[in-house]
Design a protein around this ligand. Structure first.
Ligand code: FES
Length: 157
């Protein structure tokens, strides 16, 4: 075990202890780990699995089912584009294609300079103003290619 993974193990053990006795603790634990590290490190998974008496596959399965969990640290800014039906009907696919081409990354990717991470999200409750996006936690409606360019320029991309 490297120094980094030992540190991760220690911190994750503390998080496990803090959630002891909780019913259905896996999701809150994963959220707490991500809040601490900015992502859920691979080295955290066996510690969580052992602590909750689950298999690594079970923990990994939950991780990959929920789109909010990251396996790599995010960039300085996180841009989420809605991929759900109402936004798709209003052209979100073209906005997403534009974002990926402009940033040179795919979904869950981070630009080489670490400025922006691009993630899909599935309905932001802003369907009436589709296509919708979330930029560093701020909801933005009616996002077309030009508006997206403005948003990206604002975050330095
Ligand atoms: S479908 Fe995109 S905000 Fe609801």
């Amino acid at each position: 075990m490297t120094q980094g993974s030992a540190d991760i193990g220690t911190r994750v053990a503390e998080i496990l202890t803090a959630h002891r006795g909780m019913e259905g603790p896996l999701l809150p634990i994963l959220h707490a780990v991500q809040a601490d590290f900015g992502h859920v490190p691979q080295d955290a998974l066996p510690v969580i699995a052992k602590g909750l008496n689950l298999s690594r596959a079970e923990v990994h399965g939950v991780m990959s089912f929920y789109h909010d969990f990251r396996v790599e640290p995010a960039g300085r800014h996180v841009v989420k584009l809605c991929r759900a039906e109402a936004c798709q009907a209003m052209g979100s696919d073209a906005v997403a294609d534009h974002a990926m081409a402009r940033l040179g990354i795919d979904w869950h990717g981070t630009t080489a300079d670490g400025a922006v991470t691009l993630e899909p999200v599935y309905c932001l409750g802003l369907c009436a103003c589709a296509p919708a996006a979330l930029v560093d936690g701020r909801v933005v409606g009616r996002v077309d290619a030009a508006r997206l360019d403005t948003l990206l320029a604002e975050v330095g991309a």
